[in-house]
Design a binder for this molecule. Sequence first.
Ligand code: ADP
Length: 351
Amino acid sequence: MAGIKLDTLTKSYADTQVLHHITAEIEDGEFVVIVGPSGCGKSTLLRMVAGLETVSSGDVYIGDKRVNDLEPADRDIAMVFQNYALYPHMSVRQNMAYGLKIRKLAKDEINRRVQDAADILEIGQYLDRKPRQLSGGQRQRVAMGRAIVRDPQVFLFDEPLSNLDAKLRVQMRLEIRKLQKRLGVTSIFVTHDQVEAMTLGDRLMVLNGGYVEQFGTPIELYERPASVFVAGFIGSPAMNFIPSTATNGTVSMPNGISLDTGQDVSGPVLLGVRPEHLTPDATGHFKMTIEMLEHLGGVTLLHGTLAGTDLQIVASLNGITQHIVGEELTLSAPTYNLHLFDPETEKRIGA
Ligand code: ADP
């Protein structure tokens, strides 16, 4: 087993820099998810760890070994791709055994490893089928099996669940999480889906435009987002932002209502509050005019404007509510759940 170290990694294509000074340490056995919108550099970063892309500057270490100049096959990694990359003319057994055959492992050892992986993944009964005779979820398991038999130091996953339907995705992501914990193999998983990232990762690296916005546990990212980007990206519906002015921590909103945030901050701020932290409270400071209700069963989303402004805000209330369109509702949020950001740098300010 081994950890992974990324040391001031950059990547440029011609004169376009797509990754900027990525520095991170991934611990032995840790499951790290790289998450961010399309085009932010996730795949490029993963492919640099795999050795499928060259590094423009900086270093990649797997364990104590600097691997910049090693071929993918010599890095002791196994990669699971979105399109499974299974050989159509080979059986499941042959697909799983192929990489081991190339490495000239003994036949008995190959059979043992394939059987072990098939048992773990519960695909023993499909070993003699061809990939086309399998469902999407079964193919995904075979792709995992091919990674497991290699007994690598590191698993790299490149959006492996994106071709599955919603229900299967949820099931497979739980399976991958359990499997990774059981095998204890250091893993990096790339996805653009924040829910997938939150449920899978011990820690998440949030990338935006080739920069690391934040690297932390799901709870750190949710409770203390380091930037407007992270605050808006993690959590659904997204956090509300209200451009305001702070004076010694008392924030004055555009409708003239002030509230104390308990922070030692003055000047222009973006006040952030998550929809699920707003609750009806006649003594609250957030007055909203309801324009639309979404009944989702477990929660009701109230969409509207901050009273006296044209700022859109959303509140998420538990259960089915009796509120109606046109109603003016007063809400409050715990001080701990108020976030302040610098409107210019968009970085978090205060605690
Ligand atoms: P993501 O995986 O987050 O969607 P990528 O890592 O695929 O993002 O791409 C990051 C950026 O690098 C994008 O702007 C993309 O257009 C650019 N890019 C990726 N591969 C190449 C390439 N071979 N040549 C030039 N630009 C590339």
